[in-house]
Design a protein around this ligand. Structure first.
Ligand code: 5AD
Ligand code: SF4
Length: 444
């Protein structure tokens, strides 16, 4: 194919965005563009943005600003901005005012039309602003070309949007209400991916995968049912999924995870806070007690489950006592890892208007305290793996080691032994022998 030029994509935020960048790359690939690692030599630069916290937005604005001198040297460079940030009120106009060199802005609902917007820009040489409000994107069944980032893991969207309106969160405003993809479409996509022969993990994506199918007329189809069917597809692969909302994680789902060996035992179950008062103010719709019960059920039925979580510190009204509840919860659950964030005010959310916003100094103190506690717990997890057998996927190598990942995502280095060649992209069962400097060491 005649090459049209080169593209570079900046991706910020969650796996959903990473996968959407794979779609955008697919669109550009279909148009004859090839990827470059150097932004200066790109003909098309895309910023796929995130607005979950102010810090993300600041970083993105800084990086867009840094394009000014680059574009000054290459006047034909096309700069496009898309993703969650652009779906917020007035952001498109403000972006254009602040960075007049932007050529195309589009939103989360019309990603698949990016190719058309690009054509229009090239034809008219005029700024294209394409934001569709109050909608939810649903992947077009005809959309096929993805340029996937990871050679072994393939993301598959199962649903889009969120109905939960946690009071701190901007996502329901920028991604719209929940829409699930038809089951057969998902099954076909997974089968097609596996037929390529190289993908070893399939990660199902949704803002709240546990409410998959709630928007279908046929109420008999839920996430547990979908997972069960996918887990019965032939082949040597592992099924992962994210993210689960504790209020909707059913006993049926726990049973399915426990029963089907292809389903990963790594479960991401964001708790956000350990205090009932704060959980209520966050509109999370579960209590600390319900959450802990859920964890107990999971550990009972899936003894080797590894749990990870998201936590927000400094939500409005969080007192020292509330924070202590979060501290005690993470000690009790013993997460293998926790993603801890300082609360960030988001425009238009309920929490933005709440009284008793917590000063930044207190937020910093609390996040540092939790990070230190979690570091100890995570280290304990690593140490407990010494002496166990683990199934790992070899993802790369250096001079002395194969670099593999355990099923719960931990790096395990396997020392190369003469005449013993392992294949990158294959699963092996290994003995974990040591844990040094943040890495596990393993032997076949
Ligand atoms: N401030 C801080 N963290 C937030 N998250 C979502 N919204 C905010 C906010 N306004 C966190 C939650 C969520 C994760 C993806 O980001 O913990 O689970
Ligand atoms: Fe945001 Fe809550 Fe929806 Fe997650 S479940 S995307 S935190 S509103």
């Amino acid at each position: 194919m005649v090459k049209n030029g080169k593209y570079f994509i900046y991706t910020y935020g969650c796996q959903m965005n990473v996968h959407e960048s794979e779609k955008i790359a697919g669109i550009l690939f279909d148009k004859g563009y090839e990827h470059t690692n150097k932004v200066e030599e790109a003909d098309v630069v895309v910023f796929n943005t995130c607005c979950i916290r102010e810090s993300a937005e600041q970083r993105i604005l800084g990086n867009i600003g840094a394009m000014k001198p680059i574009k000054a040297k290459n006047k034909n460079m096309i700069i496009a901005v898309c993703g969650c940030m652009t779906q917020q009120k007035n952001v498109e106009q403000n972006l254009k005012k602040k960075f007049p060199f932007i050529n195309i802005v589009f939103g989360t609902n019309n990603i698949e039309y990016f190719g058309e917007y690009l054509d229009m820009y090239l034809k008219q040489k005029k700024y294209q602003a394409k934001i569709i409000e109050n909608e939810t994107y649903l992947q077009n069944p005809e959309f096929k070309t993805f340029v996937r980032d990871n050679p072994f893991n393939a993301y598959v969207n199962i649903m889009f949007g969120c109905n939960n309106f946690c009071t701190y969160c901007i996502v329901p405003f920028v991604r719209g209400r929940e829409k699930s993809r038809p089951k057969q479409e998902i099954i076909n996509e997974v089968k097609n991916l596996l037929s390529v022969g190289k993908y070893k993990t399939i990660t199902l994506l949704g803002q709240n995968v546990n409410s998959y199918g709630n928007d279908f007329e046929d109420k008999s189809l839920n996430f547990a049912g979908l997972l069960k069917e996918l887990a019965q597809i032939e082949g040597d692969f592992e099924l992962k999924f994210m993210t689960s909302h504790p209020k909707d994680l059913s006993d049926e789902l726990i049973d399915v995870i426990a029963e089907y060996p292809k389903i990963s035992h790594a479960i991401h179950l964001p708790v956000q806070s350990g205090s009932n008062k704060i959980l209520k103010m966050m509109n999370r719709n579960y209590t600390r007690e319900h959450y802990l019960q859920l964890v107990e059920k999971i550990y009972n039925k899936i003894p080797d489950a590894t749990l990870t979580t998201d936590i927000i510190v400094g939500f409005p009204g969080e007192t020292d006592d509330d924070f202590a509840e979060t501290e005690s919860l993470i000690k009790r659950v013993k997460y293998s890892n926790a993603y801890i964030f300082m609360y960030s005010k988001r425009k238009g959310t309920v929490a933005e208007k709440m009284e008793n916003q917590v000063p930044i100094t207190v937020k910093r103190e609390r996040i540092n305290k939790l990070l230190a506690i979690q570091k100890n717990i995570s280290n304990q997890h690593f140490k407990e793996l010494i002496g166990t057998k683990q199934k790992v996927l070899i993802e790369g190598e250096n001079q002395n080691y194969y670099i593999s990942k355990t099923q719960c995502g931990k790096v395990a280095m396997i020392k190369k032994v003469e005449n013993d060649f392992l294949n990158i992209g294959e699963f092996y069962t290994v003995n974990i022998v040591d844990y040094i400097g943040g890495n596990l060491y393993a032997k076949i």
